[in-house]
Design a protein around this ligand. Sequence first.
Ligand SMILES: [Zn+2]
Length: 460
Amino acid sequence: MATLLARNAEVLVTMDGARRELRGAGLYAVDGLIRQVGPAAELPSTADVVLELRGQIVLPGLVNTHHHLNQTLTRAFPAAQDAGLFDWLTAQYPAWTRIDAEASRVSTLVGLAELLLSGCTTVFDHTYLYKNGNSVDVQIEAAGEIGARFHASRGAMSVGRSRGGLPPDEAVEDEESILKDSVRVIDRFHDPCPGAMTRIVLAPCAPFSVSADLLRESAALGRARGVRLHTHLAETLDEERYTLERFGVRPVEWMDRLGWVAGDVWFAHAVHVNDAEIARFAQAGCGVAHCPSSNMRLASGIAPVKKYLAAGVSVGLAVDGSASNDGSNLLLEARQAMLVARLERGLRRAAGEQRRGDWMSAREALELATIGGARVLGRDDVGSLEPGKCADFFSLDLGAIEYAGALHDPVAATVFCAPTRARLTVVHGRVVVEDGRVVTLDMGPVVERHNRLAAKIARG
Ligand SMILES: [Zn+2]
């Protein structure tokens, strides 16, 4: 039995049903699961690991609902810096097809380290290129090594340029092998139990790179095996034009016809949707991974997040792939979500649309980054600090410059004032970041190796 006691936090944000924020509080965990949350006097006085959190704010570990960790190898890629999605993808596909198992392992470690350092403890990764021995296996191994809770996708692309898709033919796989490998990784890795550190998601890439057959077959397999489904959708107007021209319908209608608008599905982006499509998402129970930085970076548009929330659609936050953000700081992403929702409000008002109650607050942004993301991933065991839930949390130092002058509301300041680095991050009761450094792995050599591999991949 491994016990952990974290105590005396200045403020502990529970994200429980009552959204309690406790002063001078902490938590006690046994074998990675929370037993008690409350003031020090009510908690046990000792444990195997004791963490003193005086002067710190504690929050539930953040949940990232969409990423492409391998893209850390092509961040700020010169040919893709000032381009919209389709040109941006086309500029990078050749480099990505050169990613091998080692490059995948190292880039997964780098991306996860960056997320853990920003307080993110649960990560969904959407990898869809498996060439040169790259596999789901190496990523899951890397996540275990560094200590992140990991939802890995068996993503895929199957429609290359010669068949009307966007990616080059050498980047795609045949559908039989994709489905065969999907079955293999579900058998080998998927853990449906509460507290799971590893889950599998089936994630054909996007309407312009996979076939109707693969989408149908993946949905059938996912449902037969209790595995969730994910894809990119309605990210850009180029994509909308593509499905209208090729399939005669808008992206959401295309997915609906294939059985993909359902409660076990969440979509990345979902920027270009109309009110009827938002209502359809709400009715079906599918979720949205909101990626504000990426949507701004690629000039894709602004997702109608306040409308989603008003309609009852589950929304989580995501940094998106490392090459379209180009950072992996989920705490900053919460701030971007708050700011871009306010920008959207301003633009609508400027266009003459009057709406009430559509400010996104700092606390609402934190909800998206925690409990909202957990819901999108289909988890009720992470995203809040309550007895029975996983001991996934992080702390920030309230003595830091970023909080100076903002201590009348440290919770709101965590979003408004842009603190960037967790002091402590704990996943399933294991300390992975301490004093603002990853402690499960020596990151220096990993970064050095990553830079060498990135140069090699870019060179070709
Ligand atoms: Zn993406």
